[in-house]
Design a protein around this ligand. Structure first.
Ligand SMILES: O=C[C@H](O)[C@@H](O)CC(=O)C(=O)O
Ligand SMILES: [Zn+2]
Length: 277
C-alpha cells in the first residue's frame, strides 16, 4: 500500500495558493498503480480517498500508521465503486461481484477486505472511507439500485445523469455518501450552478475522459475561485468552504463522495453562475 497525507487549509490561506501549492494540497494523483492500493489520508473529516488496481494478484486492504488501528475498518466505513472491467471484492469471506459503475458499501468492523479482477479487462476500484461509529450492513448497490436524477440542459452544456449509489435512502451509513454523475455527449459542465456545503467535505474523481482531453476543475470560496486542470483518473479534494464544479474539453463521468455533519444530500448552499468570482 502507498499512503499520502494531506493537512486541511484555511480558506483565506488558499486564496493565495499558486498552481503548484494548489495541486500539492488538493490534487490526488495517481489514483491507480498496478498491483497497488494507493490511498490519501486527508484531514478534511479524516476522509480517505484512493484506488485499488489488482493486476496479477488479489490486494488486501491493510491498516496503516495514521489509523493506529488493528485493522483498516476497526473504526471506519468504506465505499467502493468499480470504474474498470469486472471485479470481485471479498468481505470476510463473502464475495461481491462488481461490474463497471457498481458500488459496494462495506460496514465498520469488517476485518478482511480483498480486491481482484475477474474478467479480461482490468478492474479499477475507486474507494472512499470515513470514520464510523456504528456497524451497519455491507451491501452491494448495482446499476438498477441507483437512484437517478436527470440534471441540466443542452442549452447550458450541463445535461447529466446523477446516480446516487451509497446514500441513506439506499444503504444505511454513518457519514459516507457516494455517487456517480455522467455527462451526456457534448455536455461539459458539472455541478453548475455550483454550491458549497459547510457541513460536509467532498472529493471528486474524474474518469471516462477521452485521451488527450482535460477537465478544468473549479474550487475555492465562491468569490475567490481557483482552478486545477485534471486528467483522466485523477481525484481532487474539496474543502467544506469550496465550490466543486468543472468544465471539460469533452464529456466525461465523475464520482463524488462526501462525509461530515449530516447525510442530507440536498443540503447545499447554491451559488448562481453570475455570483461567482
Ligand atoms: O454535493 C453533491 C455533489 O457536489 C454532486 O453530487 C453534484 C453533482 O454530481 C452534479 O451536480 O453533477
Ligand atoms: Zn457538493
Amino acid at each position: 500500500m502507498k499512503i499520502d497525507f494531506r493537512y486541511a487549509s484555511h480558506p483565506v490561506d488558499a486564496r493565495s495558493y499558486g498552481t503548484d501549492e494548489l495541486r500539492s494540497h488538493f490534487l490526488l494523483d495517481p489514483i491507480f498503480s498496478a498491483d497497488q492500493i494507493h490511498l490519501t489520508y486527508s484531514m478534511y473529516d479524516r476522509y480517505i480517498v484512493g484506488g485499488v488496481m489488482p493486476v496479477n494478484k488479489a490486494l488486501k486492504l491493510e491498516t496503516f500508521d495514521h489509523l493506529k488501528s488493528s485493522y483498516f475498518l476497526e473504526r471506519r466505513e468504506l465505499g467502493v465503486i468499480n470504474v474498470g472491467g469486472s471485479g470481485k471484492v471479498t468481505v470476510d469471506g463473502e464475495v461481491f461481484q462488481l461490474d463497471k459503475k457498481e458500488a459496494l458499501y462495506v460496514a465498520k468492523e469488517s476485518k478482511e477486505v480483498t480486491f481482484e479482477s475477474s474478467g479480461n479487462e482490468q478492474a479499477l476500484f475507486y474507494i472512499n472511507s470515513a470514520p464510523a461509529h456504528h456497524r451497519f450492513t455491507t451491501k452491494k448497490v448495482g446499476r438498477q439500485d441507483a437512484e437517478i436524477i436527470n440534471l441540466g440542459d443542452d442549452k447550458y452544456a450541463n445535461k447529466r445523469i446523477l446516480n446516487k449509489l451509497i446514500v441513506n435512502s439506499i444503504v444505511e451509513t454513518c457519514q459516507l455518501q457516494m455517487g456517480l454523475t455522467e455527462l451526456e455527449p457534448g455536455n461539459v459542465w458539472n455541478t453548475m450552478p455550483a454550491h458549497t456545503h459547510n457541513r460536509r467535505m467532498e472529493a471528486y474523481f474524474y474518469f471516462d475522459l477521452e485521451d488527450g482531453q482535460t477537465v478544468c476543475h473549479f474550487m475555492g470560496e465562491p468569490q475567490h475561485t481557483r482552478h486545477i486542470f485534471m486528467q483522466n483518473h485523477q481525484a481532487v479534494l474539496s474543502p467544506e468552504w469550496s465550490i466543486h464544479s468543472g468544465s471539460g474539453t469533452a464529456s466525461y463521468s465523475f464520482i463524488w463522495g462526501m462525509a461530515g455533519e449530516n447525510l442530507d444530500y440536498g443540503d447545499m448552499d447554491g451559488v448562481a453562475p453570475n455570483e461567482l468570482k
